[in-house]
Ligand binder design. Sequence first.
Ligand code: GCB
Length: 614
Amino acid sequence: MKKHITLILILCIGINTLPYAQENLLINTYNRETKSLNGYWHYIVDPYENGFYNYRYEPFENQKVPGKGAFFTNSKPENKADLVEYDFDKSDSIRVPGDWNTQKEKLFYYEGTIWYKKSFDYQVSKKENRVFVYFEASNYQTDVYFNGKKLGVHRGGFTPFNFEITDLLKEKDNFLVIKVDNKRKKEGVPTLNTDWWNYGGITRDVKLVETPSNYIQDYFIHLDPNDNTKILGQVTINAIPKTTQKVEVIIPELNINKSLETNKEGVGSFEIVSDKIQYWSVKNPNLYKVTIKSNDEEIIDQIGFRTIKTNGSKIELNGENIFLRGISIHEESLLHGGRGSTKEDAEQLLLLAKELGCNYVRLAHYPHNEHMVRLADKMGMLVWEENPVYWTIMWENQETYANAQNQLSEVINRDKNRASVIIWSMANETPTSDARNVFLTKLAKYTREKDPTRLISAALEQSDYKENKFVRTINDPFADQVDILSFNQYIGWYDGLPEKCETISWKIEQDKPILISEFGAGAKKGLYGSKEERWTEEFQEHLYTETLKMIDQIDQLQGFSPWVLVDFRSPRRVLPEIQDGWNRKGLVSEKGKKKKAFFVLKSFYENKEKAVKN
Ligand code: GCB
């Protein structure tokens, strides 16, 4: 019943008032029974948005009868005289998931709208079941239409969203039409200006998820941050009509079988005390099989239990001090170039980080795919996840804030049961101002309320201490809001030459752990020369050597994540023969070849691991 009301409401209130995404984001589609819609989809490139607006530039979808010109109607001529000026089935195809830039040469620099169409048959296994279409991500604005009707809009290129299609689904000849627009927007998150490639398209998996009519929508199961013998949990059942439901949470290895009942809103909580919990850690990434069982379905997850806290200037994992041997990573595939999306893409990057000696990765500058955090859970790799609030967002625009908060809430929803994820980063290198401080403080408050089990940070910037250019400090009001004080610094690259590191000292007054989120230098793989010569591997190696000496002197230093594991595409980086469209600060080239500096960091991490023993 509720489905019908929701649909009618959507149709009546008009499309423009649709929210960013839906409240009913499904948890753990990773382990549910799903039907993949990956594969080849027909597509139409539409720079003028001809399939969206009529010639008076009014959206077709706002008209009572949109007409065949609207691409989402997926029309065909009804007779030989009929005029329809597009045909999805005769148009070229493209792979989903995948960015369009690296799949089609003609689309390499394209920023605009592309329409996708996929037809499919579907047989529900029980007639009262519900069906959702779930997108792991699509960049940037996605308008979704199913069998000629609009389901909604999603903004943001790196987080999941889903729509219910139960009432529109047929056994035969369904068609899903997706309009993806990756034009950069000033009010967007991120905004117009970044230092990475704006890969467009349906960049992650698409699937159909069939659930019973009352389904397990969400759960959050974790250790009590203040009592590590207590597992706390919350389960949400989406029931029609809203009724209380019985749920069991079963963890066989701990002999736990806990029953609970949800309230009328569908939410139920529980507490379990156990003194037998083997904590998840870097050395022993222990994951428990957890089954969440309602009257109508059963979902299995693998969940690790750990605490992460700060204590003065220390970071403590399960109560023990830990030094984070990290590296920053962009989500680009070493296997096929372009946006990474598969398990193999994720695995390659994490294995490379392991080889470097890391126990921690900073997933920059946006949420990466779910494979990354699932694998990190298994491998014992700690993770920093980041919201794409980058550089100069429109701080005073309420829509921009709502969008930033929504993207963050979607990644928290997806990953809140992953033990590996220990830090939510609000932003990267944002210039201080009152409006920015208010924006970020509100975001941090929201995050703490939504997830009290993790630490909050942001990649800030450093500045001169009381105008002394040789002493550096953090002078940023947002530093008061974070648990971990992180900052990017490029002494020796943008700020003098590597020798400058010797002349700099640090006076950081906040009593918080320090995690340097970036430092680095560009080098072209295979370009050898003297350490004074920019772009050579020797220059980069020298900068690492000097920087490591410099930062090792900072008392509160609890780790760092240099910039960056692998060279990545960026339109800002145009220097011929050196950059050619790539940011060259990788320790490894885009072809997977290690540069000299890789080994400098590796040996630093080996020594650190011996010294700190975790
Ligand atoms: C930074 C940014 C990062 C850039 C990097 C660079 O500070 O956070 O996104 O790619 O510097 O290479 O300049």
